[in-house]
Design a protein around this ligand. Structure first.
Ligand SMILES: [Zn+2]
Length: 487
């Protein structure tokens, strides 16, 4: 096979992630971002294989290709320069298990009803108590396998293990014995799988967890730990985003905001070096010309911003994710269309018709954002707790939480610092109406799944009801970029 496993310096064992970084790539300046363009020309491309890499807990603004000042992502930056890079992609929910469920079913959390980590646990084959949607929905891997594609999933942490149902459809699936493992082990498993596919088409999913908290990561090789030090550039970056002087949750441990962010960047760089192993191997083989590669984060993280640690809320730094799509034959460019992770598969299928699956596309609630007739719509996201959600347009962000509703003007206030709801009541009214209607449609879809039979099969009437629900349509706001014309 084309990819020689011997090139890897670490064990292929999924359960013994003991390997160390042997060949960390040297630092390189971030790649210059291509000019933003609006797509209009017909797209064409060919791919028979699909590689999806979910990079856990990576906020877009910490990567060079998204403008960050440190060299956290030299390999990703080079990949981005060969890809479609989406600058305004939001996750539907900033938590790992529900976000991955949305990614691989194409529907919102209220519809698949895996609303928090582990809440969708249990064996999928036996059905998940109270959550029939996990039986009635099809995951992408299931559809791929049914089409004769070899499927392999390789995950790095507990919230993506087989017990969450995410292993459904994978011929091969490896996971850590403990809570987590480093990317070396994940990449090694994936490359071994690709080696074993011979000439058969394959779908490989890699889940990389290197950047996830704890933010003083004891698991990283020591040569990464002192890679970044506090300096004026970091202080300025944090000040621009109104990071607090100290993080309340970490004050007793004596960990400063700068330390948290230095460690986060170290972890990101370690993640990037694992992507080097994967992407270099693919790109040095003929697979470069036959494989579509998607790299996307499941959510971002606060890293101390707003005195928060972790993720699960609806602030931009937790929702905005890097999304890079590379399809053979498709020219790289930057896409600034506001979109959801739910739009990913309709868009990929448009770029690579050879990978398109009509049945799965019908299930997906998103749309092809590169289609000539695409209409920008508010992007819905929700928190990991009840009553946290948001609607985001090109200009506005409506954020709802137990404290009420806030509005941010993203054009003048991209870091969401000033609530301008009182100045634009008409925008609040329209976006809130759109938000309420959206949630109602999602929940209605979830209820329809609950009416499936004990065997997890929806009768044709329910299928038609789900299809007719069309919750990307019938927008009470009138569709389009709601409120963007309001001053
Ligand atoms: Zn995650």
């Amino acid at each position: 096979m084309l990819l020689a496993v011997a090139l890897l310096a670490c064990s292929l064992s999924a359960t013994r992630p003991t390997c160390r970084v042997q060949d960390a790539a040297p630092a390189a300046p971030p790649a210059a971002a291509p000019e933003v363009t609006t797509p209009s020309a017909p797209l064409d491309g060919g791919a028979r294989n699909l590689v999806v890499v979910t990079i856990d807990t990576v906020r877009a603004d910490r990567l060079g290709c998204y403008g960050y000042f440190r060299d956290t992502s030299p390999r990703l930056d080079r990949f981005a320069a060969e890809s479609l890079r989406f600058t305004r992609c939001l996750t539907p929910v900033a938590q790992t298990t529900p976000s991955h469920w949305s990614l691989f079913t194409g529907v919102t959390p209220h519809e698949h009803q895996v609303l928090t980590n582990f809440s969708g646990g249990g064996t999928r084959a036996g059905g998940v108590k109270g959550r029939k949607s996990v039986a009635t929905l099809r995951l992408l891997a299931e559809r791929m396998r049914e089409r004769g594609v070899k499927t392999g999933g390789f995950v790095a942490s507990a919230p993506t293990k087989a017990k969450t149902g995410l292993a459904a459809g994978f011929d091969t699936f490896t996971e850590p014995d403990e809570m987590r493992r480093l990317g070396q082990s994940v990449v090694a498993d994936a490359l071994a799988f690709v080696d074993g596919c011979g000439d058969a088409p394959f779908f490989a999913w890699l889940h990389l967890f290197d950047a996830h908290e704890p933010l003083k990561p004891p698991y990283l090789p020591t040569d990464y730990m002192d890679r970044y030090v506090e300096d004026d550039a970091l202080r300025g970056w944090l000040r621009e985003r109104d990071f607090p002087a100290a993080i309340t949750a970490l004050a007793k441990r004596g960990i400063s905001v700068a330390e948290v962010n230095n460690h986060y960047d170290s972890a990101l760089r370690h993640l990037d070096d694992q992507l080097t192993r994967l992407l270099d191997r693919l790109d040095r083989s003929p697979l470069r010309e036959s494989t579509a590669v998607v790299i996307v984060a499941d959510h971002g993280t606060a890293a101390g911003q707003r005195d928060h640690m972790g993720h699960g809320m609806c602030w931009d730094e937790q929702l905005r994710v890097p999304l890079l799509i590379r399809v053979p034959g498709i020219e790289p460019r930057v896409i600034d269309t506001p979109c959801s992770m739910l739009d990913l598969w309709p868009t990929v299928f448009g770029l690579a018709p050879t990978l398109a699956d009509a049945d799965f596309a019908t299930q997906c609630r998103g749309s092809d954002v590169l289609a000539a007739d695409h209409v920008e719509r508010p992007v819905f996201s929700m928190g990991a707790k009840p009553n946290y959600d948001s609607m985001t347009t090109r200009r506005w962000k409506l954020l709802r939480d137990p404290d009420g509703v806030r509005l941010f003007d993203l054009e003048s206030d991209p870091h969401e610092a000033k609530d301008v709801a009182a100045d634009h009541p008409e925008v609040v009214t329209r976006l809130k109406a759109a938000l309420v209607a959206e949630v109602a449609r999602h929940k209605k879809a979830g209820q329809l799944h609950q009416r499936a039979g004990a065997d997890g099969v929806l009768d044709p009437k329910l299928v038609e009801e789900l299809r007719a629900l069309g919750y990307t349509e019938d927008d009470p706001s009138g569709g389009g970029a709601v409120g963007d014309d309001d001053s």
